[in-house]
Design a protein around this ligand. Structure first.
Ligand code: HAS
Length: 554
């Protein structure tokens, strides 16, 4: 731990070295997004039959660009941002610094992971998409890079748990501050969830790509991947929820409704996020229908904490709007401080997430899934979830976080507000295109600009996808203009405190609620549920069937 500690006027202190490390996590995350969206722009145009892939120097195939787009957005941006942001929120909530050495080691592990996976992808040795289903085979550097990225999240987790345990020792009998609780719960969930992908990558795919295993087992690999792969969407989402619960009410001038209800929400995510993975495998042969159905039911269970979230955040916003003079049924909505880009980006992200959630439920519905699976509908769904609820929220958070980390005023505030609106409209147009095309059977992950088949109904769908994607691309470019100007030319200022929300119903000091803070109980419950959800299949299926030889077609 660094000896010098910055004492901010608000009382929160963080060693400058730790602040710099957190800043670099955020920079790396957004730099990855900057590269990813250039490929995203090309892919959106592809749906309208416009091919600009030839403009990309050295790009060998559509799938190489799609892999870069998916991995940099869905894994590098999210992991880097979360490693930095939730480390900061935990330190702030507990009012104590993190383990500085570990934080820096985490940063370097992440950088090594990005370098290895990046080299493999950009050199065309890993055009296997972000799901890397075998028997498609990538260079070992790709798998090693991804493994290091996951290890970086485990290191952050150790840091948070260590900081929390020190705080508990110094504050016996105290309730864990809410902001720390929800930050740590996010990592507790991910620690359990990431085991599947870790076993898949380190136990099966990496040795296979090195030639140490005779073959791959596609079904087992897909199952391990989706064991982590649905929970990963909540590892992407929950940092945004941390912000929606703890910071957005404050931006709005309101208060969070309930401390215990918020803890229950994060515990429900910890317990229910993982035993749902088969809803990505409804179409996979070899998995008993009964198990798929059980995962479908549990998926509807994990929908519930998001419904509570919708209630809680809208209540907090309404309180804020009314405190600012809003009256009537919806008058408060217009009184929200829309001129604050941190608020506008995140509230617009929430609105899009309503549609993202509804489309998720349609995906989860056991037999309706057959209509949408592997069609353009699915990217329609996930651009409204990870592509907006998460990405636009992260941009909204950056509007206060980067100025705080850099000690500079935000530049071009009106441009930042316009950016969030352009993204909002852009993603709605984009998703309308993808979703309507998907319902007409337009495939996902397909080089449409070169396809030898088409359907009249795909025409308008593809054009809307391209128009919306172009708006999203311009919007992200605006975000980078604001960030670059802020970092380079923003007026210097004292960092100050990081204020977060008060709650109307605070934490109880006695009674059953104290059990909410005992992570051990909820981790055991989560493990039991995982066993119920996965043990029957694994016991009947194992040992692995390493029969498939690898191939690289792109
Ligand atoms: Fe999903 C596929 C089901 C949520 C991401 N999903 C994907 C894929 C991705 C993804 C990336 O069951 C593609 C994977 C691939 O490459 O193959 N998803 C769901 C369900 C939910 C859900 C039930 N998904 C997410 C989130 C993601 C994400 C979150 C990223 C962050 N998804 C599926 C299924 C598939 C799938 C199947 C497989 C499909 C297939 O066949 O391949 C639920 O968790 C959604 C619950 C959400 C809500 C919304 C609550 C709204 C809130 C906002 C409130 C705020 C307001 C603001 C109203 C219920 C909290 C108001 C403001 C005012 C001022 C008024």
């Amino acid at each position: 731990m660094s000896a010098s500690v910055v004492h901010d006027p608000g009382g929160f202190s963080l060693p400058p070295g730790q602040r710099a490390a957190i800043r670099w996590f955020i920079y790396i995350g957004f730099s990855a997004m900057g590269i990813a969206v250039i490929h995203g722009f090309a892919q959106a145009l592809n749906y309208a039959g416009i091919n600009i892939l030839t403009w990309f120097p050295g790009l060998q195939s559509y799938y190489q660009g799609l892999t870069v787009h998916g991995v940099l957005n869905a894994i590098v941006l999210t992991f880097a941002f979360t490693n930095g942001f939730l480390a900061l929120t935990t330190a702030r909530a507990l009012g104590r610094p993190l383990l500085g050495g570990l934080l820096h080691a985490t940063l370097w592990t992440l950088i090594a992971g990005v370098a290895l996976a990046g080299w493999a992808m950009f050199s065309g040795r890993a055009s296997v998409l972000y799901t890397f289903y075998p028997p498609l085979q990538a260079h070992p550097a790709y798998y090693l890079g991804l493994a290091l990225l996951v290890v970086s999240t485990w290191m952050t987790s150790i840091n948070l748990f260590w900081t929390l345990s020190r705080w508990r020792r110094e504050n016996p009998g105290e309730r864990i501050p809410l902001l720390a609780f929800i930050s740590v719960a996010t990592f507790a969930m991910w620690d359990l969830a990431s085991l599947g992908i870790a076993i898949e990558v380190v136990g099966l795919l990496l040795p296979w790509s090195l030639g140490w295993l005779g073959g791959a087992d596609p079904l087992l690999s897909r199952t391990l991947f989706w064991y982590s792969g649905h929970a990963i969407v909540y590892f992407w989402l929950l940092p945004a929820y941390v912000s929606w619960y703890a910071f957005v009410p404050r931006h709005a001038g309101g208060k969070l409704f309930s401390d215990p209800l918020t803890r229950v929400v994060f515990i429900l995510f910890l317990v229910l996020s993982i035993p749902t993975g088969f809803h990505h495998q409804y179409a996979d042969p070899g998995i008993p229908e009964g198990m798929k159905f059980a995962h479908a039911i549990l998926t509807f269970g994990v929908f519930y904490p998001s419904l509570i979230t919708a209630f809680s955040v809208v209540a907090a916003l309404e309180l804020g709007g009314r405190a600012r003079g809003g009256t009537g049924l919806m008058g408060w909505f217009f009184k929200l401080p829309w001129g604050d880009p941190a608020l506008s980006a995140q509230v617009l992200a929430m609105l899009v997430f309503v549609l993202g959630g509804i489309t998720g439920l349609i995906n989860a519905s056991f037999n309706v899934n057959q209509v949408v699976h592997n069609t353009a509908w699915i990217p329609g769904h996930f651009h409204m979830t990870v592509g907006t609820a998460v990405a636009l929220s992260f941009m909204g958070i950056a509007y206060w976080l980067v100025p705080w980390l850099k000690g500079r005023e935000l530049r071009f505030r009106p441009l930042a507000v316009a950016q969030s609106w352009l993204y909002f409209v852009g993603v709605l147009v984009f998703a309308r295109g993808m979703i309507s095309g998907g319902l007409e059977g337009m495939p996902r992950r397909t080089y449409m600009a070169g396809a030898t088949y088409s359907k009249p109904a795909w025409g308008l769908a593809g054009q809307l996808t391209a128009i919306g994607g172009t708006m999203m691309f311009i919007s992200v470019a605006m975000f980078f203009v604001v960030m670059a100007a802020t970092i380079a030319t923003g007026r210097r200022r004292e960092a100050g405190d990081i204020p977060f929300t008060e709650t109307m119903i605070g934490p109880a000091r006695t009674g059953w609620e104290l059990r909410l803070d005992r992570f051990r109980i909820w981790i055991v419950v989560a493990i039991l549920l995982i066993l119920v959800a996965y043990a029957p299949f694994l016991l009947s299926y194992l040992p692995p069937k390493l029969w498939s030889s690898g191939f690289t077609i792109y």
